[in-house]
Write a protein that binds this ligand. Sequence first.
Ligand code: OAD
Length: 364
Amino acid sequence: MDKEIKEDRRDKNPDEEKPHISPKSSETEDYSEMERLGRYLAQKLRLIDFSGNDQRDESQRILRELSLDGIVEYIKENTNCKIITMAGAGISTSAGIPDFRSPSSGLYHKLEKYNLPHPQAIFELDFFMKNPEPFFTLARDLMPEGFKPTTCHYFIRLLWEKGLLLRHYTQNIDTLERIAGLPSDKLVEAHGTFHTGRCLKCRAPYTLSWMKEKIMGGIIPKCEECNEGIVKPDIIFFGEMLPERFQVLADRDFVQADLLIIMGSSLVVQPFASLIDRVRTTCPRLLINNEKVGMQDRLSRFLGLRQGLVFDSRNTHGGRDVAWLGDCDAGCQLLADKLGWRDDLQALIQREHESLNSGNRSDN
Ligand code: OAD
C-alpha cells in the first residue's frame, strides 16, 4: 500500500498570498523577507477564527444544522445529490468480521500466535514473501464465507437504487459490498479483494473458489501454471500500489461529490484516509462511526498539509462536518428512517437475506 500522502491543494484560494523566501543577499533583504513572512502569517491567522464564532450569516451556511437532521434536510433539498460513501472494517463487524484496530476485539490485537515482528507484518509483502503461512492461516478466518452483508451495506445499495450514489470506496476485502448487490462500476475496492487471486511469479489469475478450496484445506496455494509461484489473493498489501482504478476514479469523483459519508474506519491508512480532503470545501461530510476520527491538528491545517474533519464548528467554511457516533447499522437505519426510506431498506434486507439463505448469492 502506498504510504505516500498525495497533497491536494485544489481547495486552496489561488489569490491567497504565499510566502516567497529567496536566498539571502543582505541584511536589508533579510529584513524585508522576514517582514513579508510576518505579513503572510498575520494574514493566515486572520483567516482562522479561534473564537469559535460563526463568520457567516445563516443564508450562506451549507448545512442549516450541524447534525444528522441537517444532513437529511440537505439530501432532501438536493434532489440530484451526488453521494460518495467511504468505508472501513467497522461496517462489517456486525456481520461477524473483526475490524483491525478496536481495542481487544480488533484483529491486530489477536495475532500473538503468529509470532509476527509487528501486527501489520501479516499484510506486508516483504514478510509474506519470506513467510506466507501466517497470512494463509488468518485468511481461513477472513474468507468471505457465510457472512451476510449488514444494514449498512444495504443502505449503500439503497443509495444506488435511489440514484444518489456516485461511488462507494471501500478498504474492506471481505467482498460484502458485492454480495449486497452493489454493481461493480459503483464500487472501488481500494485495498483489493479476496474475489480474485494471482500467481506472484507468472501472474496467472485464479478465482475465489479455487483459492478457497486450498486455503480452507490448510494448503498454501501454489500456481498450477508455472508450478513455482504462490497464489496470493488480490489484496493490496503494505508496500504494493493501490489499483489504478482507485487513482483514476478518485481524481474524477471527489471534485464532483455533493456529500461524503464516511463509515466504520479509523482513517489512519494512507492514501485512503486523505480522500476526505479531496471533496470541494462546500461538500458536507458525515461520519458514522463508534468514535470521532479523521481530525487534524491546527498546525497541519494552518500549514495546508491536511485539513481533516472539523466537527462541531462553524469556523471552517461555515461548518460542514457532522459526526454521528454509534453503531454503523444504527446510524444508517436512522438516516434511512429520517429520509423516509424505512420500508425500502427493510424490504431490501429481507429479500436479499432470504435469497442468500436459499443459496442464490447476488454478488457479481
Ligand atoms: P480499523 O480497525 O482501523 O477501524 C475501524 C473503525 O470502525 C474504528 O474507528 C472503530 O471504532 C469503528 N467501528 C468498529 N465497529 C463499528 C461499528 N459496528 N459501528 C461503528 N463503528 C465501528 O479499520 P479500517 O479503518 O478499515 O488493510 O483499517 C484500514 C486498513 O487497515 C484496512 O483496510 C487493513 C488495515 O491494515 C488491509 O486489509 C490491507
